[in-house]
Design a protein around this ligand. Structure first.
Ligand SMILES: C[S@@+](CC[C@H](N)C(=O)[O-])C[C@H]1O[C@@H](n2cnc3c(N)ncnc32)[C@H](O)[C@@H]1O
Length: 237
């Protein structure tokens, strides 16, 4: 049976683990998640002063990484539908040029063609409709702007892939439940949702169906994570 991604389940699950989310991210990935967000920003450097949006922003780490890389006058916004995650993002905020707002990625409260970059890190996999989320991100991106997705993926190398899946299925859920007791088995959900989620060319196809062009992907750390970039077409003259 496919993993349950209903909005309520996802919101309650992240609400339950919010307090330990950052610690668990850094601990379970050995700090590699920090490098992955840094690399994402390097691969899609902000350009000009139009605002940047990070959806499913959680505790805001990718939004803060865009803030560091963008020009001082560029506004960065982060949206998420889990109040507890955004509360932590607000606490971590050090500048007024980043702001956070509660919003569902499938119904973003912004006009068409607003942002130079619309990103999502480890969030698209949790949105109940992948294409619906991507279409909405594309709608609010300005023509010529970029939609950027950072997501877990399965490594190509068979040996690494096996070791990774073994760790993911056996060690991670046990560690997760031990360290962050939660009612929604969040660390069992993680490997299940990753193994079902499209990666590599399958995800770029969906990005193109959502209206993006010139899509590309860049594997990180042997393919454990991948950065996807797509451009919103320029409007015809
Ligand atoms: C794994 S966390 C990723 C957080 C952050 N982007 C990061 O890199 O650590 C996934 C986040 O997506 C949010 N999320 C999932 N589905 C969503 C939706 N439909 N709309 C808004 N936020 C959503 C969850 O609330 C959660 O905070």
């Amino acid at each position: 049976m496919p993993v349950d991604k209903s909005g309520n389940r996802i919101r309650q699950m992240f609400g339950d683990i919010a307090g330990r989310y950052d610690f668990m991210n850094h601990f379970l990935s050995g700090g590699t998640d920090i490098y992955w967000r840094w690399k994402t920003v390097r691969l899609a450097r902000p350009d000009g002063e139009d605002p940047i949006l990070d959806v499913c922003t959680g505790t805001g780490d990718l939004a803060f990484a865009w803030r560091k890389a963008a020009s001082a006058s560029t506004r960065v916004m982060g949206t998420d539908f889990t109040h507890g995650m955004l509360k932590l993002a607000e606490q971590k905020k050090r500048t007024r040029s980043v702001s956070f707002m509660e919003a569902d990625t499938q119904h973003l409260p912004f006009p068409n063609d607003t942002f130079q970059l619309v990103s999502v890190a480890f969030g698209l996999r949790n949105v109940s409709s992948t294409i619906g989320g991507l279409e909405e991100m594309t709608r609010v991106c300005r023509p010529g702007g970029r939609v950027v997705v950072l997501e877990f993926s399965l490594p190509d190398n068979r040996l690494i892939s096996r070791m990774y899946q073994w760790y993911f299925r056996n060690i991670l859920p046990m560690l997760g439940q031990m360290l962050v007791r939660n009612r929604h088995a969040a660390y069992e959900y993680l490997p299940q949702s990753v193994s079902e989620f499209p990666c590599g060319p399958r995800l770029t196809e969906i990005m193109e169906e959502a209206g993006l062009e010139q899509t590309s992907f860049h594997k990180l750390t042997g393919g454990i994570a991948t950065v996807y970039i797509g451009y919103k077409p320029e409007q015809p003259e």
